[in-house]
Design a protein around this ligand. Sequence first.
Ligand code: FAD
Length: 338
Amino acid sequence: MSDTEKRTALVYAECAEGALRRVALEALGAARRLAGDGGSVHAVVVGGGASAAALGTAAAELAARGAEVVHVVDDPALAGFAPEAYAAAIGAAIAAVQPSIIVLGHTAAGRELAPRVAAAVNGGHIADVTAVDVDDDGGAAAIFTRPLYAGKAFEQRRFLPGAPQVITVRPNNLPVAEPVAPGSEGTIAALAYSAPPLWTIVRDVVRKASGRIDLAEADIIVSGGRGVRSAEGFAPLEELAAVVGGAVGASRGACDAGYCDYSLQIGQTGKTVTPKLYIACGISGAIQHLAGMSQSRVIVAINKDPDAPIFGVADYGIVGDLFDVVPLLTEQFRAILQ
Ligand code: FAD
């Protein structure tokens, strides 16, 4: 397709336990900008079994936020996340829509699906996008920013014209798609799907962090390190997180010491997070930890050691004992927020 042709974008709108993930709305916002004023934006939601009922709610929200057509692929084979099955469902939407750009969230599922989708359409793939610069012509010559070397540098890329473009957007970095004017909502259409032969079958999903806010999408994270000293030492951090509506994270030091589960680990070999507020408690600030959180909008560090490297990236530093400081913060936030 030439750069001047009308652009069509397709968003894979990821759901978790039937509910739309916020990154799906961020992907939709990016897709709307990339399609430009004359372009069109479609979305696809995928699920089945127990989650099927919620697909309609997710589809309605996407339609209300600028997806012209929301394609719903509802099949019992899609009840659990089986990558080949989900890639085939997205493939059905691609066949129907013929998009020039496909946008997914840079989540565990999105990272699994995007290369499969890019290979299937023989397109290019830019992963982990944190910013999208669109010029007056719409997204044809858009510039995509992504981190390198675990967040120590950024690069800017653009696609060569011609081939379909596949991007994944990092959660919590791009604005969500705003609702469209009443009366201009999109339509919702069921999309036929036939399950491909599967090499892998998901038998069960074991959730370690049920009931917690997803770290990747949390606006506020209270994170503990080896300075927390024990599993019980996380209690004041849990309390602060509960008061501010945040999630609890950890350094690898805390995970290795057995104070918390590895599902909470943030850093180079853990999760990458970009919350609005990251409160690091008893974390020294090793480079591998910074790799996962240094892009947070505001960083508050609490550490007994005034020379701890974490203060080098912190916007606000509190030199003190976390067991004194964290309860004080909790008390103050409780007074403000209640
Ligand atoms: P420490 O470095 O021991 O720091 C504890 C801090 O707590 C100190 O600064 C101390 O002053 C402070 N403190 C102690 N008591 C208190 C108190 N009462 N109040 C306030 N402050 C207190 N690390 C990660 O976090 N994530 C990763 O993904 C990761 N990946 C890695 C990958 C590789 C290949 C390697 C080699 C390492 C990786 N690491 C990772 C480990 C990393 O190098 C550090 O060892 C780890 O981050 C240290 O954790 P910490 O800051 O909790 O512990």
